[in-house]
Design a protein around this ligand. Structure first.
Ligand SMILES: *Cc1c(COP(=O)(O)O)cnc(C)c1O
Length: 414
């Protein structure tokens, strides 16, 4: 038999837009023994997790629970449950993840319309609102923090307009939850999807979601159709077949029954991931949302000060910069992939490349969750400067780390 080596992943400094370093407390939580999914001790943990997620999402929504799967499973569960085939869905796109919303909505049978913003910018909310008014979609789906471009879209006005026009508003807050303010109730978001492996510093594998009564009403309407309330011989019966929620795994009506006091059996809850989620969100709430957002801002400021002190240029409109992802233009003549490889091999640091039109043009540096620490920011600045010098890039040397230290000043951030 072939002998495989013991697993021993290298310790890394992960400065990407996800997955980021998991908090050691989260990793410890994952090693605890399994409990049965209907064991009262476990259902107690499930209930507590829902309560904690409501705090994380700053919402009074009844429903806040995780979908088992990566972040896109949360997006897919929400869209699959809300979109009836033929529904008009409007997706304003300002980066890669907008296209993901389109793809999923199309698979759900939606008639999708889009508006595209040049990458590196976000939408003027009025422009989006005018489009909604003119086209009256059933659902508007939008990304909050675009990790592909490092931009963050203001949402409050769009949300209020959707509410007034009775349009459901779905938001992908995968990259922002736990790192910058996300306020579904204030911004009139009907369904919101978060991610674990970004600012929550939990491994990938769950997607916390929350939705309000308006979204639930649509889900329950589709549930009634699905459960055959219309007789089989009814002329519309062939239609009723497809109008129900087409997925079992992603059926929010079944999932909320499973998470409710009824505990109607659905899937087997991912025990160790639930431990991880509970611990990860507990850490966020212990730190306090405001303090956590301020920490992310302070680390971002230090990173940006260091990058600029090297004479490098940031990518994207600074007025809509996503605080947890900093996009940097690759200096002329420098092979971006070679720099990333050297950072990884010699310094154990990972930063991200980019997609589509930005491929080879920018690096993306994440400052998310547990990875968002002074030690990491100083480490990446020192390492990047050294690696760029090795690559013959014309950058100012000797100033990046100093500029970051100045930025921290006497702040207490670690
Ligand atoms: C990372 C990310 C996703 C996808 O997450 P997966 O966990 O890879 O499914 C979706 N939307 C945004 C904005 C993201 O940053």
């Amino acid at each position: 038999m072939k002998k495989y080596r013991d697993l021993s992943p290298s310790p890394r400094t992960i400065m990407t837009p996800g997955p980021v370093e998991a908090d050691p407390r989260v990793l410890r939580a994952m090693s605890f023994p399994i409990l049965g999914q209907f064991d009262p001790e476990f259902t107690g943990l499930m209930n507590e997790t829902m309560e904690m997620l409501r705090e994380l999402f700053q919402t009074t929504n009844r429903w806040a629970y995780p979908i088992d799967g990566t972040s896109r499973s949360g997006i897919e569960a929400v869209l699959t449950s809300l979109i009836e085939p033929g529904d008009r869905v409007f997706v304003p796109i300002f980066g890669r993840f907008g296209h993901l919303l389109v793809e999923i909505a199309e698979r759900c049978g939606a008639m999708v319309s889009t508006l595209e913003q040049e990458w590196g910018k976000v939408f003027d909310q009025e422009q989006v609102i005018r489009h909604i008014g003119a086209n009256r979609p059933h659902i508007v789906a939008m990304v909050h923090g675009e990790t592909s471009t490092g931009c963050m879209q203001p949402l409050a006005d769009i949300g209020k307009a959707c509410r007034e026009m009775d349009v459901l508003f779905v938001v992908d807050a995968v990259a922002t939850i736990g790192g910058v303010p996300v306020e579904p109730d204030e911004w009139c978001i009907d369904a919101v999807i978060g991610g674990t492996q970004k600012c929550l510093s939990i491994p990938s594998g769950m997607a916390p979601i929350s939705y309000n009564q308006r979204a639930e009403a649509k889900v329950l309407k589709r549930k009634k159709i699905e459960r055959g309330l219309r007789p089989a011989h009814h002329p519309e019966s062939s239609q009723t077949q497809i109008r129900g929620i087409q997925s079992n795994y992603f059926d929010l009506s079944q999932l909320q029954d499973y998470w409710s006091a009824d505990r109607l059996n659905h899937h087997t809850e991912a025990t160790s991931m639930l431990y991880a989620l509970r611990e990860g969100v507990r850490i966020v709430l212990e730190e306090g949302l405001e303090a956590r957002f301020a920490r992310h801002r302070a680390q971002e400021a230090a990173l940006v000060a260091g990058i600029q002190a090297m004479g490098m240029t940031l990518y994207g409109d600074p007025t809509c910069k996503l605080p947890v992802v900093t996009c940097v233009m690759i200096p002329p003549g420098v092979d971006g992939e070679s720099v990333r490889a050297m950072l990884l091999d010699d310094f154990g640091i990972e930063i991200a490349s980019s997609f589509g039109p930005l491929k080879g043009k920018i690096w993306r540096i994440g400052t998310m969750g547990y990875s968002c620490r002074k030690k990491n920011v100083l480490h990446i600045l020192g390492a990047l400067e050294a690696v760029l010098a090795r690559h013959g890039a014309r950058v100012h040397t000797g100033q990046a780390v100093q500029a970051a230290l100045d930025s921290y000043g006497r702040s207490r951030y670690e």
